[in-house]
Write a protein that binds this ligand. Structure first.
Ligand code: ZN
Length: 169
């Protein structure tokens, strides 16, 4: 089921999500809905709080980005194990329609998370999938990409976003 994507400044986007205790049918349904919602919106990553569910769950599917190998992952209670390098990329966010922001991230990550079977897995992510992971991990911690830029850039981005929101009404 395609769910409605929550837009900034909805408070659920600023609230750190809760760890998942049990992977049951409710979580499996949530993950299915997250993939459907993300694909419908033509996104490459989605955090559960972006559909209003404050749980530490993210999905990634970089298939639409043709110039990098496709990465499709379900990450429950994800954590960063190690990070290195720096990469800068113009990011978009389904919770900020129309806005892009150049954000600096780590270029290489080792992360761990539970999969849908409840097994802990480690993943090495590099380049675009690493960027998507860090963007979604921020969401799960109650941080949005606007918090990753400072001062004037942040103010201009917020002004642009509020104009875009008004145009869409
Ligand atoms: Zn986002």
């Amino acid at each position: 089921m395609v769910r409605e994507i929550v837009r900034f400044p909805n408070p659920v986007l600023k609230t750190p999500t809760q760890k998942v205790d049990v992977i049951d049918e409710e979580i499996r349904k949530l993950v299915r809905d997250m993939f459907e919602t993300m694909h419908h919106a033509e996104g490459v990553g989605l955090a559960a709080n972006q559909i209003g569910i404050s749980l530490r769950v993210m999905v990634i599917d970089t298939t639409p980005k043709k110039d990098s190998p496709p990465t499709r992952l379900v990450l429950i209670n994800p954590e960063v194990v190690s990070a290195e390098g720096v990469i800068s990329y113009k990011e978009g966010c389904l919770s900020f329609p129309g806005l892009t922001l150049e954000v600096e991230r780590h270029s290489k990550l080792k992360v761990k998370a539970l999969n849908l079977e409840g097994e802990e897995r480690e993943y090495n992510l590099e380049g675009f999938p690493a960027i998507v992971f860090q963007h979604e991990m921020d969401h799960l911690m109650g941080i949005t990409f606007i918090d990753r830029v400072n001062g004037l850039r942040r103010r201009l981005a917020l002004e642009k976003y509020s104009k875009l929101q008004k145009q869409k009404v």
